[in-house]
Design a protein around this ligand. Structure first.
Ligand code: NAI
Ligand code: MG
Length: 335
């Protein structure tokens, strides 16, 4: 079945890795039609809008998208494109699987964690105010509804995928009201899932435990800010930001992505590792029910990432984005 999806190309390495993932998915025989639209800083400079209307129209038609990273201009009152899309379409669950792949040198091997990050509120709600020139406030919002649905999703995922435990991460000892509410709700929902082990941990300890022994964790659920930070840390455990995808899922729309940003330091040099967005593409194929193609691409990636001549510069190799892409296409076509 031919399915139409939105492809949002981005800034920096976004352009290079967008092409890579579309070429690989096409080679897998997944039969997708790409509705290619542009958003981000480059589009802003051309059109005066970070997210042109075309992007919204396409998303509303297709309901499924793959999105490359975008540069968020700092200051000047810009809101991040990512935050804007998550809020507008209520994509409340940010799901980030951190799974070891390949044979390059990494801190840990055979790690398999899944982070559920609340995606709509917390300090990312955009509620900031200037009190005086010398005092600014950012307000942290935690609500029962938003907390309940992300925590429930984490437990449901754990149950459906036969995972052993769910760990909730907060700083409820200090933020007794906001993080306290999140923790209380997690405890309530944990009671509904008696077969899944429930663990509670404070975020500072979590940051340390992850580096000492990440295998003690399985599914992890947390608020927006902690999730943002911890998922980058988790990526570091398995080889870096170039390897970790994410999904922003609501009740009737899903946008898949790489966790990393537009990497301006290596943009336009054919140096980016496209693995993260390719894995984002695999999550999208799974979501569309095209599990055979997604399985084949993951399998091909694992082979390619087990051959040092294919390692990109972030993995201490010398392969270019296009060499890497060609190697994956060659593997996929043999399956
Ligand atoms: P970044 O994730 O773009 O880069 C951090 C470091 O990781 C850099 O050294 C970069 O070269 C490296 N890196 C990231 N992805 C890589 C890949 N695929 N292959 C090889 N190396 C890779 O984070 P940074 O520099 O903090 O942010 C740059 C811009 O990206 C900012 O404007 C930020 O707002 C934006 N951003 C956008 C996101 C999105 O659109 N989803 C997410 C995170 C940041
Ligand atoms: Mg981030």
């Amino acid at each position: 079945e031919i399915m139409k999806v939105t492809m949002i190309t981005g800034d920096g390495i976004g352009k290079e890795i967008s092409q890579s993932v579309m070429d690989i998915i096409d080679a897998s025989g997944a039969n997708l039609t790409w509705d290619i639209v542009h958003a981000g800083e480059a589009v802003y400079e051309e059109t005066g809008s970070l997210i042109p209307d075309k992007v919204f129209t396409s998303l509303e038609q297709n309901k499924v998208a793959l999105k490359a990273p975008m540069t968020t201009p700092i200051g000047k009152g810009f809101h991040s494109v990512n935050v804007a899309l998550r809020k507008k379409y209520d994509l409340y669950a940010n799901i980030r699987p951190i799974q070891s792949i390949g044979t390059m040198e990494t801190l840990f091997k055979q790690l398999d964690l899944v982070l559920f990050r609340e995606n709509t509120e917390d300090l990312y709600a955009g509620m900031e105010e200037k009190v005086t020139d010398d005092e600014m406030r950012s307000i942290k919002i935690i609500t029962r509804d938003a907390s309940e649905r992300i925590i429930r999703r984490a437990f449901e995922y754990a149950q459906e995928n036969h995972r052993s435990s769910v760990t909730v991460v907060t700083k409820a000892n200090i933020m007794k009201l906001s993080d306290g509410l999140f923790l209380d709700i997690a405890r309530e929902i944990a009671n509904e899932f008696p077969t899944i082990e429930f663990k509670e941990i404070l975020v500072d300890n979590m940051a340390m435990q992850l580096v000492i022994d990440p295998y003690q964790f399985d599914v992890v659920v947390t608020e927006n800010l902690y999730g943002d930070i911890l998922s980058d840390e988790m990526a570091g455990l398995i080889g870096g930001l170039g390897l970790v995808p994410g999904a922003n899922v609501g009740d009737d729309m899903a946008i898949f992505e790489a966790v990393h940003g537009s990497a301006p330091d290596i943009a336009g040099k054919n140096l980016a590792n496209p693995t993260a967005i390719i894995l984002g593409g695999c999550m999208m194929l799974d979501y569309l029910g095209k599990t055979k193609e997604s399985h084949n691409i993951r399998y091909a990636l694992d082979i390619v990432l087990s051959q040092p001549e294919n390692f990109t510069h972030d993995l201490k190799g010398t392969a270019s984005t296009s060499q890497f892409t060609q190697a994956v296409i060659k593997q996929v076509q043999q399956l």
